[in-house]
Write a protein that binds this ligand. Structure first.
Ligand SMILES: [Zn+2]
Length: 129
């Protein structure tokens, strides 16, 4: 494989990333030996992705810096109604169905055939001149 500017740039980027990781390691003061299984002190799990019923969380030990990724597959969603006993479905129906028709603004003059002209301008919110 021939060495080109591009391959050197890639190598340089890898070394830079490694340097950043090393200073991260030193700045956090992580232990040089990872914790035994039950010694980890997990910070707080952070949701890193949540799609199609699959939830992934990530959590890093504040002592050694090891990250744990947990994958949860959602298999059930349950709804609970703590207020069920207070609900009266007939009440909702009473308020949505009324016998009263909305009043239409009528012009004072009635037509000779007994019909009324509806003043559309006031419904539309603009004045006719
Ligand atoms: Zn640990």
């Amino acid at each position: 494989m021939t060495t080109t500017k591009n391959t050197l740039r890639k190598e340089l980027r890898k070394i830079q990333e490694k340097m950043e990781l090393l200073s991260d390691f030193e700045n956090h003061g992580y232990k040089h030996k990872t914790c035994e299984n039950n010694e980890h002190e997990w910070a707080n799990p952070e949701v890193i992705s949540h799609e199609a019923g699959c939830i992934k969380t990530s959590d890093t030990c504040r002592l050694c810096g090891v990250t744990t990724i947990r994958i949860y597959n959602l298999d059930k969603v349950v709804y609970e109604d703590d207020y069920e006993e207070f609900r009266d479905e007939s009440l909702d129906q009473e308020t949505t169905e009324t016998d009263d028709k909305p009043t239409l603004p009528l012009e004072k003059t009635s037509q000779s055939d007994g019909t009324y002209k509806v003043d559309v301008a006031s419904i539309l919110g603009r004045d006719e001149e």
